[in-house]
Design a protein around this ligand. Structure first.
Ligand code: GDP
Ligand code: MG
Ligand code: ZN
Length: 306
């Protein structure tokens, strides 16, 4: 039987069969890891084949993992060279951002977008908490949304509390698997509750035995409702660019890609080189200087890579 992995704790998994039955599962035997230095063989979003576990009732064994369409990787932690698959088979990366309480920096947004670009996953941004903003704050949210949509990202402006803007978002998320990202406190859980109250109630109700008592809130969790799949990622502060080399960073900025073929040097890094078309586009404000600052900051921060 085939099933979708809703949660991975490293030792126990929560899977949903194609019939909509949610089971706890564990791995049978050892899996040969396809990727090098990966600490988790199975990730949220994986499609797997399961069989009944002869030793435990209501428990399944994962016996095979199907090829992934894509995945996002992060470092397991700062000190370790091990890498962790955060989620797989994604149609979308959705960043929830807010101008206040807490405010999301452009650098954080741009790093997330670059990460999605690196893995060829479309990205979108929901600018939340407009109900807390005065007119000029709403205007700024709308301007930023426009700016990012001009770059090719889908954007939304609204409030998870009042529901403003959430119906448009819900329609956009329909029939997709989306990874939800954003700082803690920005409104991800509130937004999920607003969008899919019925699905969250369901997930809450089935939590039992093995998963209980563990720090389940530190693991990514997929919510499935009516052909829409959302992966909530608590505690994800930093999307690294683990699979990107410095020389390729500029390629994760779509508006840079448009100009860089006009740079004098083929291997231009758009930092100090003469006759750099990217820098000249920045000077003419064709490229937003804020985006260029994000590029510089990612480029010079060694933590961004590997
Ligand atoms: N005023 C207002 N508060 C919000 C909004 N969205 C979330 N919050 C509040 O922000 C706090 C953090 O929200 P939460 O959903 O837990 O954030 P998460 O950490 O991203 O999951 C809670 O007190 C929410 O009630 C919003 O659109 N407007
Ligand atoms: Mg939350
Ligand atoms: Zn250049």
């Amino acid at each position: 039987m085939d099933a979708l992995v809703l949660k991975s704790t490293g030792s126990w998994y929560q899977v949903e069969t194609l019939d909509g039955i949610i089971l706890e599962a564990r791995i049978r035997g050892k899996f040969r890891l396809v990727e090098k230095d990966i600490s988790n063989p199975i990730a949220v979003g994986d499609l797997v084949r399961i069989e009944e576990d002869p030793n435990f009732e209501d428990t399944a064994q994962i016996v095979e993992i199907y090829n992934r369409k894509n995945y996002i990787i992060r470092k397991s932690n700062k000190l370790s060279s091990k890498r962790q698959i955060l989620a797989s088979n994604l149609d979308l990366g959705l960043m929830v951002a807010s101008l206040v309480a807490p405010s999301t920096s452009r650098g954080f947004i741009d790093r997330f977008l670059a990460c999605c670009e690196a893995y060829h996953i479309p990205a979108a941004i929901f600018f939340n908490k407009t109900d807390l903003l005065e007119d000029d704050g709403i205007e700024l949210s709308v301007d930023m949304a426009k700016e990012y949509s001009d770059l090719g990202y889908e954007t939304f402006v609204g409030s998870a509390t009042t529901g403003h803007g959430t119906e448009e978002l819900k329609a956009f998320l329909f029939n997709k698997t989306s990874l939800l990202a954003g700082h803690s406190g920005v409104g991800k859980s509130t937004l999920l509750n607003k969008l899919y109250p019925e699905s969250l109630a369901k997930v809450g109700a089935i939590s039992k035995t093995h998963l209980k008592g563990k720090h389940t809130t530190t693991f990514a969790q997929m919510y499935v409702t009516n052909k829409t799949r959302i992966i909530d990622t608590p505690g994800i502060r930093d999307f690294g660019l683990v699979d990107i080399v410095k020389q390729e960073l500029a390629h994760t900025f779509p508006e840079f890609r448009y100009h860089m073929s006009d740079c004098k040097f083929n291997d231009c890094l758009h930092i100090n080189e003469p006759e750099c078309a990217v820098k000249s586009a920045v000077e003419q404000q064709i490229i937003n200087p804020e985006r260029y600052y994000s590029y510089l900051s990612m480029f010079h921060n060694e933590d961004s890579f590997n």
